[in-house]
Design a protein around this ligand. Structure first.
Ligand SMILES: [Zn+2]
Ligand SMILES: [Zn+2]
Length: 227
């Protein structure tokens, strides 16, 4: 569904996005489906004549990258991610397993799951631009977690740094965060930016007045944003 002009939301276990740029389509994350079915169908039906130029990865969790191999096979895009998260994408490390009390369950589910085994073409660090997107390093959830801002459209893509549930903003549960303290710092970093819309990887978009909404949220109050 086109949520803003030239920005398409593909709902799944985690959201993926297709961003239209002058030189092609930029995907944000590849989703949980190993065949990336909904993403490919959407492009086929709604954007059939556009070239997929690149895919940027917010972080290496399985629900965001399981479709990556299929996407690369189909479109041969550039693949961009933060250096700290590339080992899993390259197949040099298993999916990171956190999970507290649920750890045995996650261990079974993810430890042996196929990683994408895809070469990352470009490593992005904080402040680097790729087409219409600027990477914002927001470590904590994973050490290489990236959010992205599209300054022209005034959209912040939070990845898993901040999720929404209705109009409520949340951090990911600590059992999923590599470093809970960094996770909180990263959310505070995002609250200092100006943007009209906030598009999370989990939950519904907040389309207007989003940075103000974030700064005044219960979440930011809890994290001591104004103190
Ligand atoms: Zn995640
Ligand atoms: Zn996620």
């Amino acid at each position: 569904m086109e949520v803003k002009s030239g920005v398409h939301l593909i709902k799944g276990y985690s959201n993926s996005f297709i961003v239209e740029a002058e030189d092609g389509l930029i995907l944000i994350d590849a989703g949980f489906n190993p065949q990336a079915k909904s993403i490919r169908r959407y492009i086929r039906e709604k954007l059939p004549r556009r070239k997929v130029k690149g895919i940027v990865i917010t972080h290496n969790h399985i629900d965001h990258v399981r479709g990556l191999r299929r996407i690369v096979k189909e479109y041969s895009p550039e693949v961009l991610a933060h250096q700290a998260d590339t080992a899993v994408l390259r197949g040099k490390a298993p999916y990171s397993v956190r999970g507290g009390l649920l750890k045995p369950l996650f261990w079974i589910l993810f430890r042996f799951a196929d990683t994408p085994r895809i070469e990352v073409s470009t490593e992005l660090s904080d402040g680097e631009k790729y087409s219409v997107l600027t990477a914002i390093h927001t470590p904590g959830h994973t050490s290489g977690h990236l959010s992205f801002i599209d300054e022209n459209r005034s959209i912040l893509y939070t990845g898993d740094a901040i999720a929404t549930r209705g109009r409520k903003l949340n951090l990911p549960p600590n059992i999923f965060n590599e470093n809970p303290i960094e996770t909180r710092k990263s959310a505070l970093k995002l609250a200092k930016l100006e943007f009209e819309s906030l598009l999370p990887s989990h939950g519904d978009p907040i389309l207007s007045n989003a940075s103000e909404f974030l700064r005044n949220s219960a979440l930011m109050n809890k994290l001591g944003f104004n103190s």
